[in-house]
Design a protein around this ligand. Structure first.
Ligand code: ADP
Length: 391
């Protein structure tokens, strides 16, 4: 097993006209499962392919363990890749498909190869499929065989390039759990590329969010969700996306105004550190769909009450998603399934000041929602007090 490090790595195509990856530095710890996530074209696959040795870095260093691997051939890097196209040999049974690479690339004996295949098959729970040909297998089973091929090589690292995108939604969820379980059991350092933020959130020890060839943020899933570094990350991680609205700091500097003054947000309440903003500054306000409360139009909230017309109601079973327009921006609220307004109904909505995110005019986060539960904060204070008294 090994740590993988990228140090100021850049990849250009067409004599620099396309910068696919721009000055990327990343360290993946030994045994860690890192997910590289971002929209299509942001440079994820190029990054993975550079680690694998399928692309040369234009600048920067890539190392696997203590070794700088920039000049090493893919087969000398001791990594195993898993793609969405399994490319199984149709005329070979599963046992052969899994063991074939070892026969070619190692001098392991037939018995040793057989042992590794059996172990991998057990781990993947495909023991009963070993004599079958690929065409007799489902998509999920074929993907397991492809994983088996990677596992038997006992590589320093696994590199996954959107391995589940050919599978249907249910199977994809199942395989996510499977891959996580297997990776944890084997403890092999892994980089996993996906454009699917939900996949990233559920699988990664940490996730690295990329956009336009640049790293936006790296952190544990909850950290990235709750404390996004910028507006891009805030909008990309989480489904439905964070609601946003453009505002301006009012002339007296105490609050933000949007929609010509119809929506206002206090800036300098005691429990909120006043971000360093001046009158007239443009600020984007964000609020997660689960932090928006909605009621029938006639009702009011103790926090500010706003009104909107419901455009779409999307029942998810466990909740309903309500879509409505707020000053030209489409907003979503995640509400109880018991609350089912009709499209066209007017509703009242509100959100606590604590739930707001603020982003400056460059999109950099200046304030994240406050996750301290007031009751818990009080308990902590009380416990601290007790501690002091007994000392
Ligand atoms: P992702 O995996 O995030 O979808 P890629 O890493 O495949 O993105 O691509 C990043 C950018 O580099 C894209 O703009 C893509 O068009 C460009 N690119 C990738 N491969 C090549 C290539 N061989 N030649 C020219 N441009 C490329």
């Amino acid at each position: 097993m090994a740590q993988i490090a990228l140090n100021h790595v850049t990849k250009e195509y067409n004599n620099g006209r396309i910068v696919a990856v721009n000055d990327l530095s990343l360290e993946i710890e030994d045994g860690e499962f890192l997910v590289l996530v971002g929209p299509s074209g942001c440079g994820k696959s190029t990054t993975l392919r550079m680690v694998a040795g399928l692309e040369d870095a234009t600048e920067g260093d890539i190392s696997i363990g203590p070794t700088r691997v920039n000049e090493l051939e893919p087969r000398e890097r001791d990594i195993a890749m898993v793609f969405q196209n399994y490319a199984l040999y149709p005329h070979m049974n599963v046992r052969k498909n899994i063991g074939f690479g070892l026969q070619l690339s190692t001098d392991l004996s037939d018995t040793e190869i057989e042992e590794r295949v059996e172990e991998a098959a057990q781990l993947l729970e495909i023991g009963e499929l070993l004599e079958k040909k690929p065409k007799a297998l489902s998509g999920g089973q074929q993907q397991r065989v492809a994983l088996g091929r990677a596992i038997v090589r006992e590589p320093e690292a696994f590199l996954f390039d959107e391995p589940l995108s050919n599978l249907d939604a249910k199977l994809r969820k199942q395989m996510r759990t499977e891959i996580s379980r297997i990776q944890e059991q084997l403890g092999v350092t892994s980089i996993y590329v996906t454009h699917d933020q939900e996949e990233a959130m559920t699988m990664g020890d940490r996730i690295a969010v990329m956009n336009d060839g640049e790293l936006q943020q790296i952190g544990e899933p909850n950290e990235v969700y709750n404390y996004p570094a910028n507006l891009f990350v805030a909008g990309f991680i989480g489904s439905p996306s964070m609601n946003t609205i453009e505002t301006e700091v009012a002339a007296d500097g105490t609050h933000l105004e949007a929609a010509g003054g119809a929506l206002t947000y206090d800036l300098g309440a005691d429990d909120h550190p006043d971000p360093d903003l001046s009158p007239g500054d443009r600020v984007t306000v964000g609020v997660r769909p689960e932090d928006v409360s909605v009621r029938a139009a006639a009702e009011a909230f103790t926090d500010q009450t706003h009104r909107a017309t419901v455009e779409v109601v999307e029942p998810l079973g466990s909740d309903n998603l309500l879509y409505f327009d707020v000053d030209g921006a489409s907003w979503t609220a995640r509400v109880s399934p018991a609350f089912e307004p009709e499209p066209g109904d007017e509703v009242a909505f509100s959100f606590p000041r604590d739930a707001l995110y603020l982003f400056d005019d460059r999109g950099v986060t200046v304030e994240s929602r406050d996750l301290t539960d007031p009751a818990e904060a009080e308990q902590v204070t009380a416990a601290d007090g007790d501690g002091a008294a007994t000392r």
